[in-house]
Design a protein around this ligand. Structure first.
Ligand code: 5GP
Length: 200
C-alpha cells in the first residue's frame, strides 16, 4: 500500500515542531520530508535533518531540473519539497509528513489529491501573541510581523481538511494522530486490504 502525504501547516508560534516531535514518538509509520532551503542555518539545526541547506544558485538548479515537487519564496528565501525523496518514501508505504507553509500545502493538494491537509491553530490570537513573546528572542517588530503573517495564513485554514487546536499539547498530538489513523481507515484507501480479506 502506498503511503499518504500529510501536510502540516501552522503560523509561527503554534507549536507545530513540538507536536510533530511527539507524534513521531507515538507512531512509527511516519517519514519526514526534509525540505531544501536557501536560508541560513540556525543554531542547533543540522544539514540533512532540519533542512537540506543550499545556496540560491543550487536551489535554482533544483527548480530547473524539476527536482522539487513544489517550492516557494518565503521571507526572501527559497523553500521546496524534494521530489524523489517524497516519492520513494510514499512508494515504500510510509506516510510522509510535510511541514510546509499554506501555499505549498495548496500545491501539494493539486499534485496529490489524496493527501491530507492539517492546519494547526492557536487557541486564540492573544494566546499566540503571548507565546511569541514568551520565546524572549523576538523584537517587537518581529512579533508584529509574525502576528500579521499568522492572520494571512489563517485565511487559508478553511481550505484544509482538518483543524487541530494546540491549546493542550497532549490533546493536540492525540488529535493529529487520530485524524491520520481515521484517514488510513477510509474504505477508499483500503481496497487492497479488502481484496486480500475477500480472497483469503
Ligand atoms: P523556517 O524558516 O521558520 O524554518 O520556515 C519558514 C516557513 O517555510 C515555515 O512556514 C515552513 O513550514 C515553510 N517551509 C519549510 N519547508 C518548506 C517547503 O519545502 N515548502 C514550502 N512551501 N514551505 C516550506
Amino acid at each position: 500500500m502506498t503511503g499518504i502525504p500529510i501536510v502540516v501547516s501552522a503560523p509561527s508560534g503554534c507549536g507545530k515542531d513540538t507536536i510533530l516531535e511527539q507524534l513521531f514518538k507515538i507512531n512509527d509509520n511516519f517519514a519526514y520530508s526534509v525540505s531544501a532551503t536557501s536560508r541560513a542555518m540556525r543554531e542547533g539545526e543540522v544539514n540533512g535533518v532540519s533542512y537540506h541547506f543550499t545556496t540560491r544558485e543550487e536551489f535554482e538548479g533544483m527548480i530547473k531540473n524539476a527536482e522539487v515537487l513544489e517550492y516557494t519564496e518565503y521571507c526572501g528565501n527559497y523553500y521546496g519539497t524534494p521530489k524523489k525523496a517524497v516519492e520513494d518514501m510514499l512508494s515504500q508505504g510510509k506516510d510522509v509528513i510535510l511541514k510546509i507553509e499554506v501555499e505549498g500545502a495548496m500545491n501539494i493538494k493539486r499534485i496529490f489529491p489524496e493527501c491530507v491537509l492539517v492546519f494547526i491553530l492557536p487557541p486564540s490570537m492573544p494566546e499566540l501573541e503571548r507565546r511569541l513573546r514568551k520565546r524572549g528572542t523576538e523584537t517587537e517588530e518581529t512579533i508584529a510581523s509574525r502576528l500579521a503573517q499568522a492572520r494571512v495564513e489563517l485565511t487559508y485554514a478553511d481550505k484544509f481538511d482538518y483543524l487541530v487546536v494546540n491549546g493542550d499539547l497532549h490533546k493536540a498530538v492525540d488529535d493529529l494522530n487520530s485524524v491520520i489513523l481515521a484517514e488510513k481507515m477510509k474504505a477508499k484507501r483500503c481496497t487492497e486490504l479488502l481484496n486480500e480479506i475477500k480472497n483469503s
